[in-house]
Design a protein around this ligand. Structure first.
Ligand code: 5GP
Ligand code: MN
Length: 349
């Protein structure tokens, strides 16, 4: 079925009408929200409250400490920990924003069933592939580097970029920075840089944001990185490198949420490597969380969807496995050889 992915003039007119009187609004990111998801939600949170609405961010669960300094972070409800307040906010709301995800499954089973019962208006803004048809208003563009950049474009469509405060600018800058790997991935365009320049003009303190996100490691998280790097295995012949972390590796270095974020990129930074993977054992959830990164035409979104119950973007995706860590790696290695041609042809210098 065809679904319209870009908001047209009539959609914008209707959304402006919706916003013309104060509303109760809930804003939702995906489970295990990252900088882009939380940045987009908090930017929208400030924008809507500044406009006189009563907006609340309800995240499915917690997010890393290196995002907790973001303005408004302390007001975020976590659906798993503050279930009563979160459900009550959803009950009262007539509009729910779904930001940085393409399918209700991405909020996790518990929250998904609550959202499925929601009878108001969904507005989805997202840059992942193949969005589900759940929202009355959908703004989906897989060519844009981040949902935060899309929020900026959404405000352009509402002719309200002037409403961007230093708080909103800070949230949007953070999401664009984290989802572009600090402005280095191919999805970073001149438009991205123009928006970033405008966000700095509007009060985003770029040096402070980089420091808050990247230079707040704990001793344990650096030691865990050391362990991950020493567990790195290179499959030269298939231009692939992968890392494993067992639950006991995590426990040994007092793992905190967010400590493994970005580690997979070290595997991708090896010269000649175009496919990088990290497998992280999670004994409590009885899964192995897998993150995939690639360079060039080898689609990790497709690989994750087909084999690891996941998805994402062409060059960055995630998934999970319900078998043991060793069995997951064996399955992966077995699959890998069948992708030889795609891997070797992915990235022409
Ligand atoms: P990460 O590997 O950093 O967790 O995620 C990389 C990208 O893949 C992100 O855009 C994220 O939203 C997406 N992603 C991560 N895990 C999953 C998953 O289990 N399912 C789907 N559909 N996407 C995922
Ligand atoms: Mn994103």
């Amino acid at each position: 079925m065809y679904i319209r992915t870009l908001m047209n003039r009539n959609d914008i007119k209707e959304i402006k009408e919706l916003f013309s009187t104060p509303k109760n609004i809930v804003i939702v990111p995906h489970k295990n929200p990252d900088g882009d998801a939380i940045g987009a939600c908090l930017a929208m949170y400030h924008y809507l409250n500044d406009k006189g609405h009563n907006a609340i961010v309800v995240a499915p669960n917690d997010y890393p400490d290196f995002l907790k300094w973001l303005p408004g972070s302390k007001d975020v409800y976590k659906f798993d920990m503050q279930n009563r307040q979160a459900k009550s906010a959803l009950d009262k709301s007539s509009i729910v924003f779904l930001l940085d995800f393409n399918s209700l499954q991405r909020v996790g089973d518990d929250m998904m069933s609550t959202l499925e019962d929601f009878i108001g208006t969904f507005i989805m803004i997202d840059h992942h592939q193949q969005p589900d048809n759940v929202a009355k208003y959908l703004y989906s563009d897989i060519s844009i580097c981040s949902t935060c950049q899309m929020i900026y474009h959404f405000l352009e469509k509402l002719e309200d970029v002037k409403a961007i405060t230093p708080e909103i600018a800070t949230c949007l800058y953070t999401g664009i920075m984290t989802d572009t790997g600090s402005f280095r991935f191919p999805s970073t365009t001149s438009t991205t840089h123009k928006i970033i320049a405008d966000l700095i003009d509007k009060g985003a303190n770029n040096a402070k944001i980089h420091n808050n996100v990247y230079d707040t490691n704990s001793y344990g998280s650096l030691q865990l990185l050391g362990r991950a790097l020493s567990n790195l295995i290179v499959v030269d012949k298939l231009k692939t490198a992968y890392i494993t972390l067992t639950q006991s590796d995590l426990d040994e270095f007092n793992y905190q949420k967010g400590d493994t974020e970005g580690i997979v990129n070290y595997a991708l930074s090896l010269e000649g490597i175009i496919f990088a993977v990290i497998f992280i054992e999670d004994v409590e959830q009885q899964i192995v969380k897998v993150s995939f990164r690639s360079k060039g035409s080898f689609s990790v979104n497709k690989f994750a969807r087909e084999h690891f119950d996941g998805g994402g973007h062409d060059n960055a995706a995630g998934g999970k496995s319900k078998i043991s860590l060793d069995a997951t790696v064996s399955k992966f290695l077995h699959l890998l050889s069948s992708y030889k041609k795609e891997l070797l042809n992915s990235y022409e210098e």
